[in-house]
Design a protein around this ligand. Structure first.
Ligand code: NAI
Ligand code: AKG
Length: 426
């Protein structure tokens, strides 16, 4: 069926994405033939990136861009850097983007990119060379109307500035719309920096209202204190919850009386490690996975995929989980949590604030006008609140015997399949 399938087919993250697709397809009554089409990306680009290290030696890295589905519009999704990045993970993430943009009701398909590199081992100059060469490598396959990358794990607005500049040089015009989450000086919105965490906090707040009597005074643990986790923690604190634990790859900090989130952000930003936080009666541990098992009301996994699994699921105590990360919960673990009465706001809903804000940035860039952060966040708030309620109501009405993800998939996959039919693809 697909000559590149051997690159991703055996990857566990990819298999998890396919399992989720199959489960929703069977409830939607989709044929195996359609599932077979949907489980493969439309295109998978692999690029070789050779850079000169600061020590004078040449080094080569591999990068991928997976373009999963474009029935609803140009491919959209971030690019991640990491030493364990695999093509299977990138394809899975691109499939999740297809469902996410569809559910969000924005005119995009799904894409995702990744480079297998340890970004912490590179200097800023080396990172710039790597980023420019990666983007030059995929330049023929992206574009403001074709595929619009954005940041993900270990990439940020600076990375987007390099991508934007490299692409603009190649095409010979200022291609504002080729990437989103750009720095404010280059047509970006500060609101995009906070948007994914803001949206995750918003869905946690809405779920808490419906499930555990509201957010006020409830305890929260946030796994991953990067772009998503940091702002989720900040907004949940502002809205009355007590964030008691946060982690990064160096470990976690825990204070049952509540952490000072502004101080945790300052420590993370100035020292690179949240475990350097010293305030109050804080407990510090080097094992970030333990954070997931703390006695809290709300858990926000916001680091990476595959962290809530059959290994630790029986030790999870939270009653509300809002998936800031993509794919943090395996289908087996999700079923166990569902049986225990835990509500999981699925990733394609809980972390859709980022791509929705990207769409706001991109559409304004194309119109040549700029928007204030207040206007942008209030628009995001309306869109995500509406979407949360739509999915929640659909869940309770049509799929109460399945996790909430089922309702999100039903809406998302159905819209993509309808668009494919309308376009005459299937
Ligand atoms: N940045 C965005 O706008 C969006 C990000 N996401 C997802 O949110 C998650 C986090 O992304 P960002 O906050 O952007 O990344 P980031 O690079 O800003 O932060 C990642 C955080 O997780 C920790 N981390 C990374 N890999 C880890 C691992 N293997 N084990 C434990 N901790 C680890 C890091 O130490 C850091 O604290 C990812 O799953 C990403 O795909 C989803 C939607 C949008
Ligand atoms: O803003 C974007 O396009 C990136 C979003 C993304 O990568 C994600 O939602 O996982």
């Amino acid at each position: 069926m697909n000559e590149y399938a051997s690159l991703y087919e055996n990857d566990p993250v990819y298999q998890m994405a396919v399992k989720q697709l199959r489960e929703s397809a069977s409830l939607l009554g989709l044929s195996d033939e359609i599932v077979e089409i949907l489980r493969h990306p439309e295109k998978l680009v692999q690029v070789k990136i050779t850079i000169r290290r600061d020590n004078g030696k040449l080094e080569t890295y591999l990068g991928w861009r997976s373009q999963h589905n474009s029935a609803l519009g140009p491919y959209k999704g971030g690019v991640r850097y990491g030493e364990d990045v695999t093509p299977g993970e990138v394809v899975a993430l691109s499939m999740w983007m297809t469902w996410k943009t569809s559910l969000a009701g924005i005119p995009y398909g799904g894409g995702k990119g990744g480079v297998r590199v340890n970004p912490k081992a590179l200097s800023q100059r080396e990172l710039e060379e790597l980023s420019r060469k990666f983007f030059a490598g995929i330049a023929k396959d992206v574009g403001p109307e074709v595929d619009i990358p954005a940041p993900d794990v270990y990439t940020n607005p600076q990375t987007m500035a390099w991508y934007f500049d490299e692409y603009s040089k190649i095409v010979g015009y200022q291609a504002w719309g080729v990437v989103t989450a750009k720095p404010v000086e280059l047509g970006g919105l500060y609101a995009r920096v906070v948007s994914t965490g803001y949206g995750t906090a918003l869905t946690a707040r809405e779920a808490a209202k419906r499930w555990i009597g509201g957010l006020e005074g409830k305890t929260v643990a946030v796994h991953g204190f990067g772009n998503v986790g940091m702002y989720a923690a900040k907004y949940l604190t502002e809205w009355g919850a007590r964030v008691v634990a946060v982690s990064d790859s160096s470990g976690y900090i825990y204070d049952p009386n509540g952490l000072d989130i502004e101080e945790a952000i300052r420590v993370k930003e100035t020292t690179g490690k949240v475990t350097n936080y010293k305030k109050g009666d804080v407990k510090v541990s080097g094992n970030h996975m333990e954070l997931l098992e703390l006695p809290v009301d709300i858990l926000v996994p916001a680091a990476t995929q595959d962290v809530i699994t059959k290994e630790n699921v029986n030790r999870i105590k939270a009653k509300v989980i809002a998936e800031g990360a993509n794919g943090p919960t395996t289908p087996e673990a999700e079923r166990v949590l569902y049986e225990k009465g835990v509500i999981i706001v699925p990733d394609i809903l809980a972390n859709s604030g980022g791509v929705t804000m990207s769409w706001i940035e991109w559409s304004h860039n194309r119109m040549g006008c700029w928007l204030t952060d207040e206007e942008a966040l209030s628009r995001l708030d309306k869109m995500m609140s509406l979407n949360f309620n739509r999915v929640y109501d659909e869940w309770r009405k049509r799929f109460p015997e399945h996790p909430m993800r089922t309702a999100a998939y039903a809406i998302a996959v159905d819209r993509v399949v309808k668009a494919m039919k309308l376009r005459g693809w299937i």
